[in-house]
Every structure is written in structure tokens, then in C-alpha cells.
Design a protein around this ligand. Structure first.
Ligand SMILES: [Zn+2]
Length: 113
């Protein structure tokens, strides 16, 4: 499962950060997940529940921010929120646009003790 490996690398990064700060517990983790990051939210939360066991994040509060996808029309440069990949420009109908936001997949913040 793709989401499980994502969660495991997130946990790895978080634990490494916590250890660098000599923390023994992570109380909160905040993630930015873009809607075009290729992650299925239900699978992600399921993966978190199984992967966090026995880690510093076992009792942490997981906050997940879903970042909407923003696209810029290749023709008229109009910027719009894209619900899906290859969505035509709502202004001029051009089918080509670049997603410039919404592919994030990162740890935004950690609270440690
Ligand atoms: Zn356009």
C-alpha cells in the first residue's frame, strides 16, 4: 500500500526531528497533504492508525490539512481551483493547465515534549 510507505517515512522524519531535540514524546503532528498529491485520505488515516503503534507518535494528535489544488491556465494564465487533473480553464476553456499548488506532502509542524 502506497499510503503506508508514505506514513512510515513521515513517522521516520518526525522521530528523527524529535530525537534531535531530545524529546521522548510527540504530542502533535500537523501534515499538509495536497489534493493532487496522489493520496487517498481514508487509506492514509488507516495507515496512520497501524503504523504509529510503538513509535513516538503513538499518542500524538494527527492534524491533516488538505491543500486544495490550484491550476494556472496555459493559455490565459487564469488561476483556479482544480477538482481533478486536466480540468479545462473555466474562463477560456483551454484544456491545458499547470497544477502549481496541491501536490504537497509534508510535515508542517511537530509538538514535542
Ligand atoms: Zn484560460
Amino acid at each position: 500500500m502506497h499510503e503506508l510507505s508514505i506514513v512510515m517515512s513521515i513517522i521516520e522524519i518526525a522521530e528523527e526531528n524529535a530525537k534531535n531535540e531530545n524529546a521522548s514524546v510527540i504530542t502533535e503532528i500537523e501534515l499538509d497533504i495536497g489534493k493532487q498529491a496522489g493520496v487517498v485520505m481514508e487509506a492514509l488515516t488507516f495507515a496512520i492508525d497501524s503504523a504509529k503503534m510503538g513509535t513516538l507518535l503513538e499518542n500524538a494528535e494527527w492534524k491533516i490539512n488538505e491543500i486544495p489544488a490550484k491550476a494556472r491556465c496555459a493559455s490565459c494564465q487564469y488561476e483556479f481551483e482544480a477538482q481533478q487533473l486536466f480540468e479545462p480553464c473555466p474562463k477560456c476553456g483551454n484544456p491545458f493547465s499547470d497544477i502549481f499548488e496541491g501536490r504537497e506532502l509534508k510535515v508542517k509542524s511537530l509538538k514535542i515534549e
